[in-house]
Write a protein that binds this ligand. Structure first.
Ligand code: 13P
Length: 248
């Protein structure tokens, strides 16, 4: 299975800088042999990204999707709208949304359902805080977060992408060691396999201060199928270098 390397731009970008960043990534795609790439961008830029990337091998997606189908939900963006801009992916349950916007496991699960219903692949984020890790709760936390989504999507479990993002490693420069990450990925894989026989094809991404220097050792782990990249995805050379470190 080819690795999947997804950039999460978070709330960064602008019309002019996006043009430069996208152009540099597209120009470098020839140098990547064993990974598919995607960028998840702020919603206002989806039209720009669609126009720029149509016909290229770089896929795109959103960073969130509404749990509602349509109607009086000011400020929300529906899965149907994302589909209008040909989004292939939608990140759901990012820890920043769980933390700053009060998203519960149930809300995240509904968002994953909405994305799937519109033919968009949800990238379901799970991960423990530092306090939870220190209390020995890592496995219990990620299993609870993933269980809610599996329960909601049922036989579509094999259509998910899952991202393990330890909260303590996001934007901190602290990375889980390859062994720490692999241990959690194996737990998630087992949980997915118990839900669907086809779950061996689910990409389980690692996210949290992944960069050009540490990507190869993380991506070499048996159950690490790619990366969800924050800061380093805004630097085209670094993003491409991470993708190049994916081996067959
Ligand atoms: P950083 O790579 O900046 O740590 O962010 C990771 C992340 O949250 C990706 O979704």
């Amino acid at each position: 299975m080819n690795k999947l390397i997804v950039g999460n731009w978070k709330m960064n970008g602008g019309m002019a800088s996006n043009e430069v960043l996208l152009g540099s990534i597209v120009d470098g795609l020839f140098s990547v042999s064993h990974a598919q790439l995607a960028v998840c961008v702020p919603a206002p830029y989806l039209a720009q990204v669609q126009t720029r990337l149509q016909g290229s091998a770089l896929a795109w997606g959103s960073q969130d999707v509404s749990a509602h189908e349509q109607g009086a939900f000011t400020g929300e963006v529906s899965a149907h709208m994302l589909k209008d801009f040909a989004c292939r992916y939608a990140i759901v349950g990012h820890s920043e949304r769980r933390q700053y916007h009060g998203e519960t496991d149930e809300v995240v699960a509904t968002k994953a359902q909405r994305a799937l219903a519109s033919g968009i692949t949800p990238i379901v984020c799970v991960g423990e805080t530092l306090a939870e890790r220190e209390a020995g709760q890592t496995e219990a936390v990620v299993k609870r977060q993933l269980a809610a989504v599996i329960h909601a999507v049922g036989h579509c479990t094999s259509e998910l992408v899952v991202a393990y993002e330890p909260v303590w490693a996001i934007g901190t420069g602290l990375t889980a060691t390859p062994e720490q990450a692999q241990q959690v990925h194996a737990v998630l894989r087992a949980q997915l396999m118990a839900a669907s026989q086809k779950a061996n094809r689910v990409h389980i991404l690692y996210g949290g201060s992944m960069n050009a220097a540490n990507a190869a050792s993380l991506l070499a782990q048996a159950d690490i199928d790619g990366g969800l990249i924050g800061g380093a995805s805004l630097k085209p050379a670094d993003f491409l270098s991470i993708a190049q470190s994916a081996k067959a």
